[in-house]
Ligand binder design. Structure first.
Ligand code: ATP
Ligand code: MG
Length: 393
């Protein structure tokens, strides 16, 4: 590694902290990713300064996670997270106060895996107190210290190990895996939001199959039959998994429904909407190939996943994204706002007053237009409509 680690702003933060007499280093995922030759997403800095002292050193700070010892420093407009050295404390038990410590060693010791316990000085010197670099090179996920104790302190780490095995495509060291299996039942007490965050990353990883394999080995399907039975079959879907797609695939392989899954995993509104749409469109796809109505009613994004999930179990070729878009382009209209008539026109043409019948007829005409049975032209619609209602009388 060279001294060019981190952004100029993050280096400046370290320099100012050290000038003020404190220790400060880069830590965590960013150091790991840099060693792997990947561009780190978020940069974390650990320091011997207390949050109060950090705030004294910098003019612009925000207390984002002060209860965990984290202060956001705004350096040249760039937000940099600075966290005070601390020991293991409250990952799982939010009731206890944070315990700040003076040594970097203690801070690194409370981190989950050796590959996440690396630190780097502003000069680019790696601080590797737990053989993290060796594990990184050998592609191994290993707990820092006694795995049993570490998973007991925070069972979420069991899921984090699975997540890293997928994201990095790493092996889980045998003693670590063994303890994961012993303590897997304690995952039941972990807030689902925390698990969900890890699941999203797991789905997006390099090798989700690997994580599902470990998940089965440690007994997750038995522990969470309603949530994770999917671990048994999901790896057939891994070539195309995507955070949201993972949940869509789960829907297709379990008995649960979208509303249930959304509730259980506390999905966001956007994710919920996607899953609901997927569920509807998938149910239609099971009955017949996608037709004009489906191309009209569902977004490319939804249809794409429907096709992929459906074709995992069926031989024919699935539609590509491009083909889905081409079908959509051929539709006479793209949405209801394109219709060449309104509900008011129906009232005028029929000489009747409004009511539920209007929306029923709008739907009927919309459908007829989408299927190409009527042209999307006011006169054509009027003729068709008058003809139909006269026939109905
Ligand atoms: P990502 O690239 O997804 O951000 P990351 O390793 O940075 O991965 P974060 O969740 O951002 O993961 O956590 C930052 C660091 O904090 C980790 O690298 C690890 O050192 C430590 N950490 C996070 N969660 C835990 C935990 N539950 N137990 C112990 N250490 C943790
Ligand atoms: Mg991170």
């Amino acid at each position: 590694m060279t001294s060019t680690f981190g952004s100029a702003a993050s280096r400046q933060v370290i320099i100012e902290l050290t000038t003020a007499g404190y220790e400060a280093v880069f830590v965590g995922g960013a150091v790991r990713d840099a060693e792997l030759g990947k561009k780190p997403l978020d940069i974390d800095i650990a320091t011997s300064a207390t949050p109060h002292q950090v705030k004294e050193v910098f003019r612009h700070t925000i207390d984002i996670g002060i209860e965990h010892g984290t202060i956001l420093v705004l350096m040249h407009g760039e937000p940099i997270e600075v966290t005070t050295y601390r020991t293991e404390s409250t990952y799982s038990d939010q009731c206890h106060p944070e315990i700040y410590v003076n040594s970097l060693k203690e801070d690194l010791q409370r981190r989950d895996f050796t590959i996440n316990a690396l630190a780097m000085t502003v000069d680019g010197e790696l601080i590797d107190l737990f053989n993290g670099l060796k594990d990184l090179k050998q592609k191994i996920i290993r707990s820092v210290g006694n795995p049993e104790e570490r998973f007991r302190e925070d069972p979420l780490r069991i899921f984090r190990a699975l997540r890293f095995s997928s994201v990095l495509d790493f092996e889980i060291e045998s003693e670590t895996l063994h303890s994961m299996k012993n303590l897997a039942p304690s995952l039941r007490h972990v807030a689902i939001e925390r698990i969900k965050t890890e699941m999203d990353k797991l789905f997006l990883g390099k090798n989700p199959s690997r994580a599902f394999h470990y998940g089965r080995q440690i007994g997750l399907p038995e522990l969470f039959p309603e949530l994770l039975a999917a671990f048994d079959t999901l790896d057939r879907y891994t070539p195309f998994l995507h955070a949201r797609h993972g949940f869509a695939a789960m829907l297709a392989v379990t008995d649960t429904d979208a509303a249930n899954l959304s509730r259980q995993f506390k999905l966001s509104n956007e994710e919920k909407r996607f899953l609901k749409q997927f569920e509807e469109a998938f149910a239609l796809r099971v009955h017949h190939v996608l037709g004009p109505w489906e191309f009209y009613s569902y977004s490319t994004d939804v249809l794409e996943v429907v096709e992929k999930v459906y074709h995992v179990n069926h031989e024919q070729n699935e539609l590509t994204t491009k083909q889905i878009e081409q079908y959509k382009e051929q539709l006479p209209i793209r949405s209801r706002t394109d219709l060449a008539f309104t509900g008011n026109d129906l009232l005028k043409w029929s000489d009747k007053s409004g009511g539920k019948w209007t929306s029923d007829w709008i739907k009927k005409i919309e459908r007829a237009i989408v299927f190409g049975r009527i042209e999307n032209d006011a006169q054509a619609i009027k003729d068709w409509f008058i003809n139909e209602i006269t026939r109905e009388k």
